[in-house]
Ligand binder design. Structure first.
Ligand SMILES: Cc1cc2nc3c(=O)[nH]c(=O)nc-3n(C[C@H](O)[C@H](O)[C@H](O)COP(=O)(O)O)c2cc1C
Length: 184
């Protein structure tokens, strides 16, 4: 069955390592017959969560803030699989991705704190290739984006050892991302 695969690219660097991973995953997903969409957070105006809990009170659709998060809410609604793609910043997803994740609270709130079930995958670009570099991002993904959302993990690509744009081209990680896309 073909799926709708939504890739959320939080890298501020156009055509950087994270975006190359996204494009490789999308190429694999397309080959497998899936429909794909890529959202580049860097082009969007997405404000941080206000913590106003208006979403819990049923106000907003699903959030009272009127900004480009609306586009992500619509895309999310249509997606079977959501790919979270971020450069590693200070051992975590970057602030752009964290802002998007915070704003997902409103979707859960609009659904009695039960996120609509989806599949998840993670793409990370990072300078440091050591396994310990990913010791925080992996449990964060598994806890917050898989267990907490009650989503199904479809895999991760942790592209360590890439720093300058284009570095990822010389690594096996693009193939890994393409294979992950094809396996969805
Ligand atoms: C603010 C900042 C924080 C970073 N923190 C880390 C880090 O904790 N670990 C790491 O391995 N690389 C870190 N990096 C390097 C980036 O993850 C790396 O350059 C990555 O390839 C960037 O992806 P992009 O090409 O999509 O921008 C950091 C870079 C920046 C700008």
């Amino acid at each position: 069955m073909d799926k709708h695969v939504l890739v959320i690219n939080a890298s501020p660097r156009a055509e950087g390592n994270t975006e190359a991973l996204c494009d490789a995953l999308i190429a694999g997903a397309k080959k497998a017959g899936h429909r794909t969409a890529k959202i580049n957070v860097r082009t969007m105006d997405i404000k941080p969560c206000l913590g106003c809990y208006q979403c819990l009170a049923g106000k907003g659709t699903p959030c009272i803030q009127k900004d480009d998060m609306k586009e992500i809410y619509t895309a999310l609604d249509q997606a079977d699989t959501v790919v979270f793609a971020s450069p590693l910043y200070w051992w975590q997803v970057n602030a752009q991705m964290k802002t998007v994740i915070d704003r997902l609270f409103a979707v859960a709130a609009a659904n009695n704190m039960q996120m609509p079930q989806k599949e998840a995958a993670l793409l990370i670009a990072a300078e440091d290739a050591r396994e310990e570099n990913f010791a925080q991002i992996v449990p964060y993904y598994q806890t917050c984006l898989v267990k907490n959302l009650n989503w199904i993990d479809r895999g991760m690509v942790l592209a360590g050892g890439v720093n300058m744009p284009g570095d990822v081209q010389k690594t096996p990680y693009l193939k890994q991302a393409e294979d992950l896309g094809a396996s969805l």
